[in-house]
Design a protein around this ligand. Structure first.
Ligand SMILES: [Zn+2]
Length: 108
């Protein structure tokens, strides 16, 4: 562990810093998060949040992925006619499969 006040390396479980005498027992975190620039701290927090959010929204995102190409297919059929319909359908099918897999395997 490290002293949060002066950054001195201390044996684990220390209550007071051997160098500056500051109380360190209440702050077991290493000085990295305190001393380093705020970017480091900010970057660590969303990492956990984003993983949770992704797990929770994976199913909804997958459903959107499934619905969008279907709607896009219909719109493309009406807009450009059957000439461009087939290649668009191939792309739509790929999106549909990806969306389907996301819905099936989403933990949320
Ligand atoms: Zn200290």
């Amino acid at each position: 562990m490290f002293c949060p006040t002066c950054g001195a390396k201390l044996p684990d479980g220390s209550v007071f810093c051997e160098k500056c005498g500051a109380r360190v027992a209440m702050t077991p975190e290493p000085p990295k998060k305190v001393v380093l620039d705020p970017k480091e701290v900010v970057e660590h927090k969303p990492e956990k949040d984003s993983s949770k959010t992704f797990a929770g929204n994976g199913r909804a995102f997958g459903i959107i992925l499934m619905l969008l190409p279907v709607l896009g297919d219909l719109a493309a059929l009406l807009a450009v006619g059957s000439e461009h319909f087939i290649p668009i359908t191939v792309v739509a099918a790929i999106f549909f499969v990806i969306g389907f897999l996301m819905v099936v395997f989403s933990p949320g």
